[in-house]
Design a protein around this ligand. Structure first.
Ligand code: AP5
Ligand code: MG
Ligand code: ZN
Length: 216
């Protein structure tokens, strides 16, 4: 299955994508994670992406499209994959359709996770992420068993640089201007399913499981 997760910053895309990935045994491809990894390693890509990410702006389409094309051509994607944080512009959505057409494949379902602005700020300011495996925590709604340490791998937890309030506001405004229009694009293709992301993590997961079952 090829699944696209849409939603504003803090909607729970990463949280839900890792559940889908585990359940369906297909890779979770998060463009944000790919860029953060590149920044950490100090690669050329990381240097380019860093300036945009720090400000909460989007990395240019040509860069992102190239990376996704390469990634989804890898053998582990042959049974499907989950895209988290891509596409994020109309140009990216069209580029993705072209890539998939070349591979004789197509998107099965687009899950649009909505969440209120209040929740976004609450969630992102208390988010912690594992440095080693990327697992996502929240100090109040989804805390690690031991403070500062990942339950899954024992890695150290850190706060993302773009989870500062002023950057969060800009990410939201970029989302509204550049990403929201693609909701309509997928609606018109009859691929879109709305998910209420304001509920608890397990309740959101129940909605997603049902949506995926309905498409299989
Ligand atoms: P990216 O990493 O994709 O960030 P984002 O879209 O802003 O989304 P987040 O990762 O912040 O939120 P999420 O929806 O994954 O929520 P999470 O599950 O963590 O992108 C970062 C940057 O990279 C961009 O700004 C851009 O610069 C660049 N970039 C990436 N992709 C790009 C692209 N395609 N084009 C151009 N540039 C690109 O959950 C959030 C918190 O809430 C956690 O603490 C979690 O535990 C908690 N939580 C989750 N669900 C619930 C729930 N139901 N109830 C209570 N708490 C919950
Ligand atoms: Mg994420
Ligand atoms: Zn970990």
């Amino acid at each position: 299955m090829i699944i696209v997760l849409l939603g504003p910053p803090g909607a729970g895309k990463g949280t839900q994508a890792s559940k889908i990935s585990e359940t369906l045994s297909i890779p979770h491809i998060a463009t944000g994670d790919i860029f953060r990894e590149a920044v950490k390693k100090g690669t050329e890509l990381g240097r380019k992406a860093k300036e945009y990410m720090e400000r909460g702006e989007l990395v240019p389409d040509e860069i992102v499209n190239g990376i996704v094309k390469e990634r989804i051509s890898e053998p582990d994607c042959s049974n499907g994959f989950i895209l988290d944080g891509y596409p994020r512009t109309l140009n990216q959505a069209k580029a993705l359709d072209e890539m998939l057409a070349e591979m004789n494949r197509k998107i099965d379902i687009v899950l649009n996770i909505s969440v209120s602005e209040d929740n976004v700020v609450k969630r992102l300011s208390n988010r912690r992420v594992c440095k080693r495996c990327g697992a996502i925590y929240h100090l109040i709604t989804n805390p690690p068993k031991r403070e500062g340490m990942c339950d899954k791998c024992g890695g150290e937890l850190y706060q993302r640089e773009d989870d500062r309030e002023e950057v969060i506001r800009n990410r939201l405004s970029v989302y509204r201007k550049q990403t929201e229009p693609i909701i309509k694009y997928y609606e018109e293709k009859a691929l879109l399913i709305d998910i209420d992301g304001n509920r608890e993590i397990e309740e959101v997961w129940d909605q997603i499981k049902r949506a995926i079952e309905g498409r299989r």
